[in-house]
Design a protein around this ligand. Structure first.
Ligand code: HEC
Ligand code: HEC
Length: 353
């Protein structure tokens, strides 16, 4: 309005020049995965990333996010961590077993993970064989039936594919090592938090309208009559310990298809014991248990209701519960109300070249 046309033409030219320069300066993969401040914990999560002994840094998280979603880290460029750990399913998947490279089937279900930065005991995997997220992250890359690569090949891939500047940004030098890859991926995982669920809004936010009466009844049962909190406790609803519920017990052969914790501890009482999974986002990833053998949350509660599967090593904490139909439903509704937010992500649209 009344402005001389020359000024707007000039500013248009300036804008064009500016956007060309910044487009040239920012490669598409950086635009697709910008450095972001560490996320704040959502309602219901009291732990802060900043308080960890070695807190993640925004630069390492950015690098780890690329690596987590980059299929070039696998033996045939088809599999990334996210193939089995899908963000929309609480970083788990909808199949009983994982399918890795060249369609190979594993024997266990990919567990979901959120809020993994703070575990009561550092036990990772269903049998607790990894003691840190760093140690854990290197396993699947070299596992012949998961990503089917080698750590040497993975390091070479990162060097060739333009990752060096981002290792410098994250670690101070361009050197690519398997330990650095693991550290970056683990830091990305640590930022995947889940909270602010209807249950958090009710319990922490004191909003009585946040959940229906059925969920409140489910809460009472979970912490009362059904005693689920003997093992599912704390802000992530797990004790990070191992228990035998009789899942995978073959009553004919009188043995476990998968011995679980026993393979690591060699203690007889650990036969058929598996790590208690956290329950946040649990409704997002049926089927359930280490072998994906229980189809629905309702069937899981019925498993507890009947006192598990009898076997010589059944946990002494598992007993018949005498829950009526409505009580089973209430527990299911309570677990469904543990779906919250804070972890959502999608694969970056571009990776370093
Ligand atoms: C082919 C599917 C597949 C791929 C690919 C895969 N995982 Fe897994 N992941 C699994 C399975 C199955 C388990 C459970 C294995 C076990 O307990 O023995 C698991 C376990 C885990 C756990 C343990 C969670 C817990 O609560 O103990 C984490 C963390 C994890 N994977 C991260 C990763 C990362 C990081 C990558 C990429 C480097 C990756 N996974 C690639 C299938 C996969
Ligand atoms: C003795 C400890 C213990 C008690 C008590 C217990 N759980 Fe569990 N829970 C576990 C373990 C261990 C697993 C995994 C077992 C396996 O895979 O073999 C599990 C698995 C689950 C799963 C499947 C999660 C997934 O990601 O696959 C759900 C859901 C669940 N429990 C809910 C409950 C409810 C509801 C109660 C109370 C009725 C309860 N649990 C009581 C230890 C326990």
């Amino acid at each position: 309005m009344g402005r001389p046309p020359i000024v707007s033409t000039l500013s248009l030219v300036a804008l064009l020049v500016y956007s060309t320069v910044t487009a040239w300066a920012t490669p598409p993969w950086e635009a697709a995965n910008p450095i972001k401040p560490l996320p704040k914990p959502p309602l219901g999560i009291y732990s802060k990333l900043e308080d960890l002994p070695t807190p993640p840094t925004p630069e390492r998280v950015r690098l780890g996010r690329w690596l987590f979603f980059d299929t070039r880290l696998s033996g045939d460029n088809t599999i990334s961590c996210a193939t089995c750990h899908q963000p929309e399913h609480g970083f788990s998947e909808l199949t009983p077993h994982s399918t890795g490279i060249r369609g190979q089937q594993g024997a266990r279900k990919a567990p979901g993970f959120v809020n993994l930065a703070w575990t009561i005991f550092p036990n990772f995997f269903w049998d607790g064989r990894a003691a840190s997220l760093e140690e854990q992250a290197l396993g699947p890359i070299a596992n012949p039936i998961e990503m089917g690569s080698t750590h040497e090949a993975m390091v070479k891939t990162c060097e060739m594919k333009g990752y060096r500047p981002y290792f410098k940004e994250a670690f101070g030098s361009e050197e690519v090592t398997k330990e650095r890859v693991a550290h970056a991926i683990a830091d990305y995982e640590r930022t995947r938090m889940s909270g602010n669920s209807p249950v958090d809004k009710w319990q922490v936010g004191k909003d009585e309208q946040a959940v229906p009466p059925e969920v409140k009844q489910g809460w009472e049962l979970f912490f009362g009559k059904a005693e689920c909190n003997q093992c599912h406790l704390g802000e992530n609803f797990t004790d990070s310990r191992f228990h035998n519920l009789g899942v995978g017990w073959d009553a004919q052969k009188k043995e476990f298809k998968d011995v679980g914790r026993y393979a690591i501890s060699k203690k007889d009482e650990d036969r058929g014991a598996f790590k208690t999974p956290g329950l946040r986002e649990v409704a997002k990833h049926p089927p359930y248990m280490h072998d994906g053998s229980i189809a629905t949350l309702e069937a899981v509660v019925e498993h507890y209701n009947k006192g598990g599967n009898a076997n010589p090593h059944l946990s002494t904490r598992i007993r018949k519960l005498d829950l009526g139909k409505a009580e089973v439903q209430a527990l299911v509704k309570f677990m469904e109300a543990l779906s919250g937010e804070g972890y959502a992500d999608t694969a970056p649209t571009a990776f370093p070249e």
